[in-house]
Design a protein around this ligand. Structure first.
Ligand SMILES: [Zn+2]
Length: 76
C-alpha cells in the first residue's frame, strides 16, 4: 500500500512500538501490529487496534507501568 504520509514509500506489515498519550502519563505499547512505511517510517494502525491500544495503555497506567505489550483479549 502506498504510504499516505509521504506518498513515496510502500507500507509493510510489521510490529512497532507506539507511545499512547493519556491524561497524565505516556505509555509505550510494544509489539503493535501495524503497516510501516519503508521510506519515512510512519506507521498506520487500524481502528480496532487503536481502540485496543487505548485500553491496554490505560490498564498499564492503572498498574503503574509505563511500558507494556500489545495483547488482545483473545490471546490472553
Ligand atoms: Zn512514508
Amino acid at each position: 500500500m502506498r504510504c499516505q504520509e509521504c506518498d513515496q514509500g510502500e507500507t509493510r506489515t510489521g510490529m512497532t512500538t507506539v507511545p499512547i498519550q493519556l491524561l497524565n502519563a505516556i505509555i509505550l505499547v510494544k509489539g503493535v501490529p501495524s503497516d510501516i512505511c519503508d521510506a519515512c517510517g510512519k506507521f498506520f494502525v487500524d481502528v480496532t487496534t487503536s481502540h485496543e491500544l487505548l485500553r491496554i495503555a490505560q490498564e498499564a497506567a492503572d498498574r503503574g507501568d509505563d511500558v507494556t505489550d500489545y495483547r488482545t483479549e483473545a490471546e490472553e
